[in-house]
Structure formats: structure tokens, C-alpha cells
Design a protein around this ligand. Structure first.
Ligand SMILES: CCCC/C=C/CC(=O)SCCNC(=O)CCNC(=O)[C@H](O)C(C)(C)COP(=O)(O)OP(=O)(O)OC[C@H]1O[C@@H](n2cnc3c(N)ncnc32)[C@H](O)[C@@H]1OP(=O)(O)O
Length: 378
């Protein structure tokens, strides 16, 4: 979607035979568009696309793309919405729309270059280090707010398996940059070929189940150092952590309904236990975003620290805790958690099955499409 909606609309090839009286205006409008400095937003870009198609080809005449073909579906919807609008009217509307976007002060300016690709070649999205008795697993994709890709889920499963038998006493999750993590990378589901949708949902469900199982079964104290906002799965998983330290700039958000999805990470079971059903429903059903203080008051967070001293205080403490006898730490955790394990695995399996269905739903597909088109840039 980002590429197709990229601006200026050089991809919109014009059928010259379709132009008549206002050919010059139409041509000028196209050129004017290329000189715009400001992104008019996706809504306008789709309108321009639709008017262009209508003006040059007439009413929408192509088959409706599949729900998961986000780019073409958005474009088709926009064009189809113009119904039987005459070509001349569409051409005039196109010219008017471009003119409304182009204050004269902008017309001679340079075209703004497209945003640079921020992906750093060879960079690691999960960084695992082991020092002072602590294995640290850090989300390291700060330009994407540490959103978790399919390969990151696999890397984390692998890192947890390795940490469960290494020499460290405790294992800590944290994020690099301003976010702890924005949760599942929503583009994991957006470039799926239409004939692989069901298989992709099934594979994602299997991966999610294995991922959450790795947390349920993790034998050592698991600590979250929440350096900033946390969204989605990284929040639900906190019910499986033993200790959660948060900066006072952290927030906790599970916008599942907004996304047409449902809770995972065993939160449908752990959250009502931790904070009571009414407070859990407010987060998991209604998507209320909590401050660190609120999350602490609800028992999801162990302690909140001022941002200015957060890293220093937390790591000093953790280094001291990591010197405690490792077997004792492990056995105490086992005592606290073992009675729940079977139940947690069952809850995980059920949540993954339900989510697999949600990912195939129109509500979810529309939400993903909205996210991708909202984030589209010139
Ligand atoms: C297979 C297992 C599946 C398990 C399922 C889990 C469910 C969940 O985790 S649900 C939660 C999903 N996450 C979200 O809904 C968050 C979506 N992101 C946002 O709402 C916003 O990006 C933000 C509030 C986190 C940050 O907003 P802000 O305005 O400060 O920054 P942006 O310009 O939006 O973001 C910078 C950059 O990062 C990209 N990005 C951020 N979050 C995600 C994400 N979750 N997935 C993919 N990409 C994300 C964003 O698109 C920007 O990229 P560009 O600079 O290239 O536009």
C-alpha cells in the first residue's frame, strides 16, 4: 500500500484518448500534483486515484480484489464508489481537487524526497546478552517501535530455550528506544497472497501458541523492564512474568477490539486473576490504556520508577537479585507457578484457536487495512 499510494501519482498512467475539452487543465493538474510539498493523506490520494480512473476509463470495470489484497481493495473501493459519474465530471472534480491542494506558494517548490528506508541492513531485531547472572533479551527495532515480526517471535522462542539452561539466574526482557514494544507487527498479515490467507492464519496461530508456551514453561524468574509504552501481546504476556518494573513513562494498552482481534498470552485467564474481572474487561474488551501507576495499582506492575533514575535503579537491583542462589530462585518460582501450568497451556491453546478465526474476519482485515493506509507516507 505504501508503494502504491506513494505520491506523486506517477504510477497513474493516463489514457490520452480519454481527454477532451479540459485536456490541458487535466495535464496541468497532474503536473501540479507532482510539485506538492505536503502529503494530502491517503483519503485524498485515494480520491485522486478514483477520479483519475473514472476520468480516463469510466466506471469501475475490474473484479473486486480479495479482502487481504489491501492496496488494490482500497483503490477499487474508491473507484467503485464513483458509480456512473460521467468522465467529464470526474475530470473536472480531479482538477478542482488538485487545485484545492495547491496553494500558489507551494507550486514552484521542490518535491519532497520520499522517506528513507529505515531498515538497517544486518541489524539484529532481538539482542540477547548475558552478564552478571542476567540474560537480557532486548527488542531492538526502535524505528518500528519494536514491533514484533514473525522472525522475532522465532528468535525469542530460541532465546528463551537457551536462557532456560544457561548459567544466568534471571532473564530480563526490555526494549531499545522510546518504546518497550508496539506488539505484533501489523504488517505480518498484510502482504499475504489471497490464496494463502487461511494457511497464514493457521501458521500464525501455531507460532503464537509455541511462543506463549515458551513463557509458560520458562523455569527461571522472568523480569520485564518496561522502558516505555507497551502494546498488545507484550502487555498480555506480563501475566506470565514474575516481576514487572516500569518507567513512569510506560503505558499499557491492549486494543484488541479496535483491531477486530481477541486477547492472547493467557491474559483472558491471568488478567482477571491479577486485577479482577471488571478491571480486566476494561483493558481486554474495551481497550483502556493504563498509565504505569494505574497498572501498578491493578497488580500488573510490581513497581514504577521515575524515568530519570529508572535504568540505574532497576539494573542495580537486578544485579543484586541475580546473586541469589539460582536453584532456590528456580524452585520458588516452580512452587508459585506449577499448579497453574496445565491450565495456562489449555488457555493458550483456546486463545490461539479463537484468534485464528479473528484474523480471517472482516473486522480484523478492515482494522489492519486502516493501520497500513493510515501509516502510508508520500
Ligand atoms: C503471530 C502472533 C500474533 C500475536 C498477536 C498479537 C496482538 C497484538 O500485539 S495487537 C497490538 C498490535 N499493535 C498495535 O496495534 C500498535 C500499532 N501502532 C500504533 O498504533 C502506533 O504506531 C504507535 C501508537 C505504537 C506509535 O505511534 P507514533 O505516532 O508514535 O509512531 P508511528 O509513526 O505510528 O510509528 C513509527 C513506525 O513504527 C511503525 N509501527 C509502529 N507499531 C507498529 C506495529 N505494531 N506494526 C507495524 N509497524 C508498526 C509505524 O508504522 C511507523 O513506521 P513508518 O515510519 O515506516 O511509517
Amino acid at each position: 500500500l505504501l508503494q502504491v499510494l506513494r505520491f506523486p501519482v506517477v504510477q497513474l498512467h493516463m489514457s490520452r484518448t480519454a481527454m477532451r475539452a479540459s485536456e490541458k487543465d487535466f495535464e496541468n493538474a497532474r503536473n501540479q500534483l507532482k510539485l506538492l510539498m505536503k502529503d494530502p493523506g491517503n483519503e485524498v490520494k485515494l480520491k485522486l486515484y478514483a477520479l483519475y480512473k473514472q476520468a480516463t476509463e469510466g466506471p469501475c470495470n475490474t473484479p473486486k480484489p480479495s479482502m487481504l489484497d489491501f492496496i488494490n481493495k482500497a483503490k477499487w473501493d474508491a473507484w467503485n464508489a464513483l458509480g456512473s459519474l460521467p468522465k467529464e465530471t470526474a475530470r473536472q472534480n480531479y482538477v478542482d481537487l488538485v487545485s484545492s491542494l495547491s496553494p500558489s506558494s507551494e507550486s514552484s517548490s521542490q518535491v519532497k524526497p520520499a522517506a528513507a528506508n529505515e531498515k538497517q541492513p544486518g541489524s539484529e531485531n532481538i539482542i540477547v546478552t548475558s552478564q552478571d547472572g542476567i540474560t537480557k533479551i532486548m527488542f531492538n527495532r526502535p524505528t518500528k517501535k519494536n514491533a514484533i515480526t514473525t522472525s522475532m517471535y522465532k528468535e525469542i522462542i530460541h532465546a528463551l530455550k537457551a536462557a532456560s539452561t544457561d548459567n544466568s539466574a534471571i532473564t530480563v526482557f526490555t526494549g531499545n528506544g522510546d518504546y518497550y514494544s508496539s506488539g505484533n507487527d501489523l504488517t505480518n498479515f498484510t502482504d499475504v497472497p489471497p490464496n494463502s490467507i487461511e494457511e497464514t492464519a493457521k501458521n500464525a496461530s501455531i507460532l503464537l501458541r509455541e511462543f506463549v508456551d515458551a513463557f509458560i514453561d520458562f523455569p527461571k524468574p522472568l523480569v520485564a523492564v518496561i522502558n516505555g509504552p507497551a502494546v498488545g501481546i507484550v502487555v498480555t504476556l506480563l501475566g506470565l512474568f514474575d516481576v514487572v518494573y516500569a518507567s513512569d513513562k510506560a503505558t499499557f494498552h491492549t486494543p484488541f477490539s479496535e483491531l477486530g482481534q481477541s486477547p492472547e498470552g493467557c491474559a483472558s485467564y491471568t488478567f482477571p486473576k491479577i486485577m479482577g474481572p471488571a478491571k480486566a474487561a476494561e483493558m481486554l474488551i474495551l481497550g483502556k490504556k493504563l498509565t504505569a501507576g494505574e497498572a501498578c495499582a491493578r497488580g500488573l506492575v510490581t513497581e514504577v520508577f521515575p524515568e530519570s533514575t529508572f535504568q540505574k535503579e532497576v539494573w542495580t537491583r537486578l544485579k543484586a537479585y541475580a546473586k541469589l542462589p539460582t536453584n532456590s530462585l528456580r524452585i520458588s518460582k516452580e512452587l508459585i507457578r506449577s499448579n497453574e501450568k496445565e491450565k495456562l497451556h489449555a488457555v493458550n491453546a483456546e486463545e490461539c484457536t479463537v484468534l485464528q478465526g479473528r484474523w480471517l474476519s472482516e473486522e480484523c482485515m478492515n482494522a489492519l487495512m486502516n493501520f497500513v493506509s493510515r501509516k502510508s507516507k508520500l
